[in-house]
Design a protein around this ligand. Structure first.
Ligand SMILES: [Zn+2]
Length: 730
């Protein structure tokens, strides 16, 4: 594994030409070549577009599934209309003349039947020895000579001909986790490395399958390291090979991409997350940036491919995405430390509106580079995630089991303007003295070591929010007899199944028509803003637990079980009280505030976005951090806020998603919000603000200092704003 320098280079070295490309190139472009493009690639048009968008590097299709240069490898498929041309070479030369960095793009995992017939053992086979075929092409196995020797030779050829700065690979992870390849190479490698024969089928209950899952992650990272050895040996130490990754910690894992391991190895992370989807909102892009910086470091560049074509429930590769939709997704990325990278599919376009989507924002990015890199996020809350939880708890229901609780918290914190970091559960100890609160969003799978790190965090005064069945499974996916965190939680598990009951919209089935009864309502910070109600709707799952006698837990809400919803005459319950706990809180002797929600309101909020649930989550968080947050913002709107520090400078992003916080749909029109009153805690004692500038509206504002904070008002935010607060600690 490459050792990664962890040095910071604030400001001063920003535009140094001496820096290697991966520390220098901030804006990227990619015309994803299609087979017909060699016929009439319009070099003048694209060169002009490179200038208009101020890009410094391009990604050009080279080889893999389709080659765009005259390769000497007979079985490497060439683009249908390439003929005798060398389109890759032509674009490579043009970019070099313009001073751009060039990455050769590989999309490597499929080949035609002729190739398969020559080397059948290089391709994936199931346990019945049938090859894996998709769209008439055969899927290559990541453990076969196809990946181990053939692709390396192709990359060496490309390096010898064109000297690209590096490589990206779109499909380096090969077949996903539902496909167990039984090719001879997999059989031998698995036996040698684990002592077992391959499992026959994907069965989460089978420990052997779970061993195969962990082994499969390691196989992908082996290829990552192999490819880097090849490209660096042939092309020099800066010729990096970079697999594309996705910043959503749930989705990305379905393909055995270990983000934590990628982060450890990376000096730059190329990411592919081109739009919001039916679950996540615009804030998903700032989360991508934050998470990838968390695994790779604050100082690295994270370019992200940004679709200029229509994406959503349906994809239209040749039509322009609504400009506002593309625009806001990019703004969200900037707020999370993402570098922009436009992406068009095909060099000739009939819908030319897509070329208006990027130039203004790319030029803004160029002007503001100084404030967008080498900065540290300010937050005192960590939201935990892990690969093992997604695999061994999520299994084939990752969306409802893992993504929804995580989404519930991320949405609640965005909605209520609470900054946070996404921390991999193996890295808790790095944050023991840096964070005030850790959140476990139904983090069912936890290793003994992770549990001990949590205990240490609490023993040192940290606060904790736990939901659902967190820690009931170990890291191999085995069910424990009690919570791994039973001591710190002070409750015992009384359940026997991990199944979620689901909910029925059918009014004749009233089993989701249940409620929380708020106890001690008036004196309870968790129920702030709920003065006029004794009950709140629930509709989720309740983990059966019993508190230990000496646990000091205070039960703050009890369960009102489901009762008829229809006909309305039967829909009543009279002051029903049970002793079934929905949420406990306690003040820990070490100083932290602990909250445990057996009721999965995080999952409920992720699934249905009922404001009551979001407010309950936000109130619990504010109580747990004792009201101590780095900033507050007052004013209307669904706003995504991020605060960073660069030495004595503070940078505050506000992205305005108002009107676009629900799906389905597209951003069609920006709805300006304001005025917004912002209060920020000073970063250290003795720090004085020297000036505040809004870098989008282009205005200066004045502030009022009060104790350890400063306050100011900005009149409005249309799409996004970046507020730069210069300061001095003298
Ligand atoms: Zn195989």
């Amino acid at each position: 594994m490459a050792n990664k320098p962890k040095t910071f280079y604030y400001g001063t070295m920003m535009n140094n030409k001496e820096l290697p490309w991966y520390k220098r190139v901030k804006r990227w472009g990619q015309t994803n070549l299609t087979e017909i493009d060699p016929l009439d690639y319009n070099a003048d048009f694209w060169c002009d577009y490179w200038h208009k968008t101020a890009i410094q590097g391009i990604i050009v299709n080279a080889a893999g599934i389709v080659a765009y240069y005259p390769t000497s490898f007979q079985n490497q498929y060439k683009a249908q209309f390439l003929g005798e041309k060398d389109l890759y070479g032509q674009i490579n030369s043009l970019a070099r003349k313009e001073g751009l960095a060039v990455l050769a793009r590989m999309d490597s995992n499929r080949a035609l039947p002729e190739f398969y017939r020559e080397h059948p053992d290089w391709f994936c086979h199931n346990s019945k020895n049938e090859p894996l075929v998709t769209q008439g092409r055969y899927l290559a196995c990541v453990n076969s000579p196809y990946y181990k020797t053939y692709l390396p030779r192709i990359m060496e050829e490309i390096i010898s001909l064109y000297r690209p700065d590096g490589f990206t690979d779109n499909s380096w992870t090969g077949a996903g986790r539902h496909y167990i390849c039984h090719c001879p190479h997999c059989q031998k490698k698995f036996l040698t490395e684990t002592g077992h024969s391959l499992p026959e089928e994907a069965n989460w209950e089978d420990p052997l399958f779970r061993i195969w899952v962990k082994w499969s992650y390691r196989c992908r990272m082996e290829n990552w390291d192999l490819n880097n050895r090849i490209t660096q040996q042939a092309g020099g130490k800066d010729c990096l090979w970079l697999g594309m990754v996705n910043g959503n910690p749930v989705n990305t894992l379905l393909n055995f991409c270990d983000l934590n391991e990628v982060g450890k190895r990376s000096q730059i992370i190329m990411t592919d997350h081109q739009s919001r989807d039916g679950v996540t909102g615009f804030e998903q892009n700032s989360l991508n940036g934050k998470l990838l910086h968390q695994v790779g470091g604050d100082h690295i560049i994270i370019p992200e491919s940004l679709a200029q074509y229509v994406r959503g429930d349906l994809t239209f590769r040749r039509a322009s995405n609504p400009k506002e939709e593309s625009h806001l997704w990019m703004c969200s990325g900037f707020a999370g430390g993402i570098s922009p990278w436009w992406h068009h599919v095909g060099a000739r376009q009939e819908d030319k509106r897509q070329f208006n989507n990027t130039p203004t924002l790319f030029q803004w990015h160029k002007k503001n580079e100084e404030y967008l890199y080498d900065r540290k996020p300010i937050a005192n809350i960590g939201l935990l995630w892990s690969h093992e939880n997604t695999d061994f708890y999520g299994r084939d229901k990752g969306k409802e089991r893992v993504l929804m609780p995580w989404r519930g918290f991320t949405r609640a914190m965005t909605r209520h303007r609470i900054p946070f970091l996404q921390i991999h559960a193996d890295r808790i100890e790095e944050y023991v003295d840096k964070l005030d609160l850790l959140i476990l969003p139904d983090l069912v799978v936890m290793s003994d070591s992770q549990c001990r790190q949590i205990e240490t965090f609490v023993a040192q005064g940290g606060s904790l929010i736990i939901t659902g069945r967190s820690s009931i499974m170990d890291e191999t996916g085995m069910l424990r007899s009690n919570f791994g965190l039973a001591d710190v939680m002070g409750v015992n598990y009384r359940g026997d199944s991990l199944e979620l009951k689901g909910s029925h919209p059918n009014w004749d089935k009233a089993d989701s028509h249940d409620y929380l009864r708020l106890e001690n309502r008036d004196k309870n910070e968790l129920f702030k803003d709920f003065n006029e109600t004794d009950i709140l709707p629930f509709g989720g799952n309740l983990t059966p637990v019993s508190p230990r006698e000496d646990s000091l837990w205070v039960c703050q809400a009890t369960h009102i079980p489901s009762f008829p919803i229809y006909p309305p005459e039967f829909c009543w319950t009279e002051n029903l009280h049970t002793d079934i706990p929905m949420v406990f809180t306690k003040l820990h002797e070490a100083g932290g505030h602990l909250a445990y929600w057996p009721a999965d309101i995080d999952r409920c909020y992720g699934e249905r976005a009922l404001p009551d649930h979001g407010r309950l989550l936000a109130n619990t968080i504010k109580w747990a951090v004792k009201g101590d947050l780095p900033f507050t913002l007052r004013g209307p709107g669904y706003l995504d806020c991020h605060l960073y520090r660069q030495d004595n400078r503070l940078i505050f992003h506000v992205c305005n998603y108002s009107g676009a916080e629900v799906k389905p749909g597209y951003m069609d029109e920006f709805l300006p919000v304001g005025p917004l009153e912002i209060t920020i805690k000073k970063p250290c004692p003795g720090w004085k603000p020297l000036g505040i500038e809004c870098r989008v509206e282009g205005k200066n504002v004045s502030c009022i200092e009060k104790g350890d904070s400063l306050s100011f008002v900005i009149d409005r935010v249309i799409d996004h704003e970046m507020i730069v607060i210069e300061g001095s600690s003298f």
